[in-house]
Design a protein around this ligand. Structure first.
Ligand code: SF4
Length: 117
């Protein structure tokens, strides 16, 4: 399997081989790449960026993101939770919109204000 490491702008192209359960990673310039490759092939994680509805006419959608990474297979379930939300009070950047979404230990937070600062 081949993949690019996305841990830094170098974007190392890595080759991952699994020979009888022994994982070998080549092409990475540092240990972060090895850790990233192992994570990707065992339990891939992703951050999610999206928007939620608001009841403000001038800002009908508010940008949000996860406060950390969630398991890749939970993305659609998390998106369903995000789509249930309508923000009805002013919020600021960093405010929690959904606390501990789906018990992942990660919050959905605002990445914009609902008002002009
Ligand atoms: S392996 Fe290291 S140097 Fe290469 S992209 Fe990943 S973090 Fe950057």
């Amino acid at each position: 399997m081949n993949m690019y490491c996305i841990e830094c702008p170098n974007g190392c192209f890595m080759e991952i081989t699994d020979y009888e359960g022994k994982i070998t990673v080549t092409g990475n310039k540092c240990k972060k790449g090895y850790v990233y490759a192992l994570q990707e092939i065992t339990a891939p994680m992703r951050t999610v960026c999206s928007t939620v509805k608001t009841c403000f006419r001038n800002i009908p959608r508010l940008p949000v993101r996860t406060s950390g990474s969630i398991p890749k297979e939970k993305i659609f379930e998390v998106m369903n939770e995000i789509n249930k939300i309508t923000v009805s009070e002013n919020v600021s950047i960093g405010d929690i919109i959904i606390n501990n979404v789906l018990n992942t230990g990660v919050d959905i937070i605002a990445t914009s204000n609902t008002y002009e600062s």
